[in-house]
Design a protein around this ligand. Structure first.
Ligand code: ATP
Ligand code: MG
Length: 427
């Protein structure tokens, strides 16, 4: 039996909970992610506790607790302001629709509780004294850097199809390989992914794409073909799957240099073979929030607008670029440049990126609110009724200032409006 020589602080702080349970004759251990991360020397996210006490017995012992999911056996116990999930040892019955167990039964054996867990690296426990309990070989798999299902992989994926995505997610998070039997079972049962809610698909994809090895995640997703079997289609992933099917090595290492999950999504959605409409449909299918979607789609739309104008050079390219920057905003433009730079020679605008970057850095202003005049001032100056015309006029002024053809002073802007008025008798 191996022993942890120094229990991480995050777990140490929860020790009084385990001690209380032990003093009353119940077993209590740390389980799951916190044990795995301790073995791997990683920072802990949350600390989970498993116990032989029933939920009622747990509730009876602690003054401050929240019955989070009593029927599943989970009680959140408060300790020094932090909540810890304390879950009764349980085994799961027949699974409904390849996702959720129909019912759970509370049991007294830790070993049996660990048996229901998805991967060996997630099926280890640690006792109060630092002793590890690892009946399914999680430590050995960590040493060998591999992901393996607890027990029969085919059965585990059939019970709960989400585990297939979790297997790929943990493999990419830790850069582990997937053992042959687990991989084969995943390929065999991949069509069961349609039983997984799209929200859950998004949550796992976020961790893969936002994680330390998004290129490896993409290779696993493409290689397994898993994304072709989601409940709702993900057309933005089709190009990637097709490239993988042709056994071409898809070069996605550059994703790693992009900071942030959403800019990586934007990089994937602006790859050749993905249309703007497909990108949008993909984000919708993934139930991406409105704010994330608009950040990503601004970059995607800007990209397609530039593509439509491809081949421009010199001043024409500069004007087209500045117009796009004004339309989609400086943030989207900067993200687009980051993606293009990271993608290097492969990017359709690789030759133009240095100039575009320079032009962006020269831009004095990029938004209407930075303009030295606002709509109301404009209306007052012209003695006109406020209306939609104001926005149109301000945009024209913004473009001239951004192009460097007009300076951003109220007087100059008013003069320009006067000139337009003379030309057309209307500003
Ligand atoms: P993370 O660092 O992402 O939080 P974690 O291992 O803590 O990783 P959770 O989703 O928080 O993952 O789940 C806690 C534990 O519950 C896991 O370690 C695993 O033992 C078990 N578990 C979670 N989801 C499943 C599942 N779908 N099937 C079987 N066991 C699961
Ligand atoms: Mg967790």
């Amino acid at each position: 039996m191996e022993r942890c020589t120094s229990i991480p602080n995050a777990m140490r702080e929860a020790l009084p909970i385990l001690a209380t349970l032990n003093e009353h004759g119940y077993e209590a251990v740390f389980v799951g992610g916190c044990v795995r991360d301790t073995v791997m020397g990683l920072a802990l996210k949350d600390v989970d506790i498993a116990t032989s006490a029933t939920p009622e017995q747990v509730v009876a012992l602690f003054a401050y607790c929240i019955p989070t999911g009593l029927q599943h056996g989970t009680v959140t116990v408060m300790q020094d302001g932090t909540g810890y999930e304390v879950t009764t040892y349980r085994k799961e019955s027949v699974y409904e629709k390849h996702r959720r167990p129909e019912s759970v039964a509370f049991i007294s054996e830790l070993k049996e509780d660990l048996l229901r867990r998805d991967l060996t690296i997630n099926a280890m426990a640690m006792r109060v004294n630092g002793d590890y309990f690892d009946p399914y070989g999680g430590m050995g798999d960590i040493e060998l850097k591999q992901v393996r299902c607890v027990g029969d992989a085919e059965a585990r994926f059939q019970e709960d199809a989400l585990r297939m995505l979790r297997a790929l997610r943990f493999a990419s998070q830790f850069r582990f390989r997937i053992v042959y039997r687990t991989w084969r079972a995943l390929i065999k049962h991949r069509e069961l992914l349609r039983y997984v809610a799209m929200e859950r698909v998004q949550a796992e994809l976020d961790k893969m794409i936002g994680g330390p090895a998004p290129h490896y995640a993409a290779a696993l997703l493409a290689g397994s073909g898993l994304l072709a079997y989601t409940l709702e289609p993900l057309p933005g992933a089709r190009a990637l799957l097709a490239e993988a099917a042709k056994m071409e090595r898809v070069q996605l290492d550059y994703l790693t240099t992009l900071r942030g999950t959403d800019i990586r999504y934007a990089a994937l959605m602006t790859r050749p073979g993905v249309t703007q409409a497909e990108a949008k449909a993909t984000l919708q299918a993934l139930r991406m929030s409105g704010s994330r979607s608009s950040v990503i789609m601004a970059i995607v739309t800007l990209h397609h607008e530039l593509l439509a104008d491809r081949g421009l050079t010199g001043e024409k390219l500069r004007t087209s670029w500045i117009e796009a920057v004004l339309r989609y905003g400086r943030d989207a433009a900067e993200s687009w440049l980051h993606i293009a730079e990271a993608n290097g020679q492969e990017h359709p605008f690789s030759a133009d990126v240095p100039s575009m970057k320079h032009w962006l850095s020269e831009l004095e202003i990029t938004s209407l609110k930075e303009l030295a005049i606002n709509g109301n001032q404009l209306a007052a100056y012209l003695d006109r009724k406020p209306g939609v015309w104001m926005g149109e006029t301000l945009k024209r002024l913004l473009l001239l200032v951004a192009l460097g053809e007009l300076s951003n002073s109220q007087e100059q802007l008013q003069n320009q409006v006067d000139r337009w008025k003379e030309e057309t008798d209307e500003p």
